[in-house]
Design a protein around this ligand. Sequence first.
Ligand code: MTE
Ligand code: HPA
Ligand code: MOS
Length: 774
Amino acid sequence: MNAPPPTPTGTARRGAHAAVRHDSAVGHVTGRAVYLDDMPLPPNALEAALVLSTHPHARLRGIDLSAALAVPGVVAAITAGDIPGRNDIGPILRNEPALADGLAEYAGHPVAAVAAETLEAAREGAARVVVDYEPLPTVLTVEEALEHKLYVAPPQVMTRGDPDAALAAAPIRLSGEVRCGGQDHFYLEGQIAIAIPGEDRDMQVYSSTQHPTEVQHGVAHLLGLPFNQVTVEVRRMGGAFGGKESQATIIAGIAAVLAAKSGRPVKLRLARDDDMLATGKRHPFLIRYDAGIDAKGRILALDMTLAADAGNIADLTPPVVTRALCHVDNCYWLPHVRVTGLACKTHKVSNTAFRGFGGPQGMLAIEALVDDVARHLRLPADTVRARNFYGIERDNVTPYGMAVEDNIIARVTGELARAVDLPGWRAAVDAFNATSPVVRKGLATVPVKFGISFNLPTLNQAGALVHVYTDGSVHLNHGGTEMGQGLFVKVAQVVAEAFSIDVSMIRISATSTGKVPNTSATAASSGSDLNGMAALNAAETIRGRMAEVMAERFAVPVGEIVFDDGRVFARNESLAFGELAQLCWSRRVSLSSTGFYRTPKIHWDAATCTGRPFFYFTYGAAAAEVAIDTLTGELRVLRAELLQDCGASLNPAIDLGQIEGAFVQGIGWLTSEELWWDPSGALRTHGPSTYKIPGSRDVPPVFNARLLADAPNREATVFRSKAVGEPPLMLALSVWLAIRDAVASVGPVGAKVDLDAPATPTRVLAAVERVRGR
Ligand code: MTE
Ligand code: HPA
Ligand code: MOS
């Protein structure tokens, strides 16, 4: 019992910071990982389908379900009137119905649902529901909403200094307008839920959701039940990207109402087209700015309006707008600033969380301005950027009053520039353009600073539940959900580190509202920060008890007990971790504990838009090269070089995957993913044939992602790591800026480039024509 034996694999023990592969990696690629649609259903289960409004705005004079109920196999059909409790699943504001009640507010709005013995019968039934619409006037664009001052929530204004006076005094004034489009989440696994009625009206719900607690609450409200009668479980999602933060509740809620009505289990799985029509997306923004600058390109004053297309209801729009306002500064010191955020109401699907949560739109706004400033002054954009970077000792406070204490902007941008020889790269692009009149190249960089924490302080809490069994194996549960991002393996690594055992000793279990209650969504990139800390807290409690048993057994002070590499040491004596667990049991010491965590230091005043909403910032930088065809507007991303701060990464393999995936998803948002509504208000891009997400050949042929080395978080996060899920999406702004650079190369020096996002071939071609003065 002396020297610790080698670990089973003969390799080093794998805990925090190890590049462990995703726990389901093999399951994902072999198809053995179980998603909800793979789950065997009880024999009496029903399948369901939705009836979607065909009008963007209409009074529902009547809904006739009789033809649906006459279809063989149809068992139940419901409208809002069949909801036994309150028809409200609003995540923040009230009166956001699961099924339209008397009023349809977008084409695609669920107005009824049908459950049947087979999916075919359910869809047949749904097709036969007769809805009597009385069409009402529609508002389909942000411009119309602005004109009529139609908002789903009050305007938010963030001000610092005296922007009006500073604008008036500025030597140079620049104003502009830029738009960015929305984005469908296009998770591979569509929205899905299974609701199983139990005893005494209990409801067990399996939901593909980032937010089991919100599904629990939504189902309880709809069914008129206390929360303790609804249990929600999710093992994994086949992607979510924010699209299952609030939207999953609609699907689970309708499944539960059908299950309650029929008394049978119900599965509701949306077809891709219905999923795209019925559920919310990234918010498109219309951005207008008026800036005062000096001849060196320093931004002296900024007045900017960010108008989000909220769609028909608020959903998560208010915090999305808040996060947009909190990211307009990106890496830049803005001494006098006013940013106004508007949540415009339109008769379209209600937009929702999507990776970055308003941050990408806010950053696109300031980067468009920086780009305009650089061209106006004929300065390199990177020079303008560097002149506006936050300072270290001074000029270091954000417009919302938070000091940037962890500023590593210059380090990150400098390391990237050196790693890729930016001047040489620039020269090569210029040389190419000198002899290529039709195909033109562009090169651009972008720095990113992203705030980590939910921008509502209350949400920054998490719970965990850890059991150690008497063979030394560990059962791990926490409130976070797995959507492919690798949260489960990261939290398992944290627990492995706490006990100093190999991560293979930890069994990861499905998220359940019955195990860890009152959780927040797995969102805001903070899943591992929050749940990792909660699990660490639980594990440390158990480790403390185990250490006491060890100390007593070998009569050694507890402070001398060491957990190392699968064993526990008391001076010259040691026990295997499992042996000590067995000893604890025999001495009647609990081997189970909950854990809890609340993020320190954060606060926010929504009325004044000031505070310290973020525990810390994470940083990144990217450089991208593109080529455009100036005759067709087609484009290719030729090369992308990324550097991302992950603090002391919990798992560099997982983090690299997050960086690459987020960047490519960002390319999709900024170049090819165009949502198009026809003039009648119908979304016409509702499937992969009309909505173009990036494919494998859209990944840049030269693509290098790196983690910033030796950069532990200066705040006391879990093992000094940093969040990674969302921030690298914004690195893709480098691609959009590189396209603008390529467009600029065909015009006279200094000409303004007018290009919105997504930079589709149509838009690129139009921008080329404009810059040529045609
Ligand atoms: N990665 C994968 N593979 N699938 C996803 O759905 N969602 C992103 C990001 N990375 C997502 C993903 C979003 S929007 C967020 S907020 C974070 O993961 C959430 O997980 P985390 O907090 O554990 O990073
Ligand atoms: N991110 C994601 N979801 C949220 C946030 C956020 O910052 N705030 C409230 N819900
Ligand atoms: Mo991510 S948009 O916070 O789910």
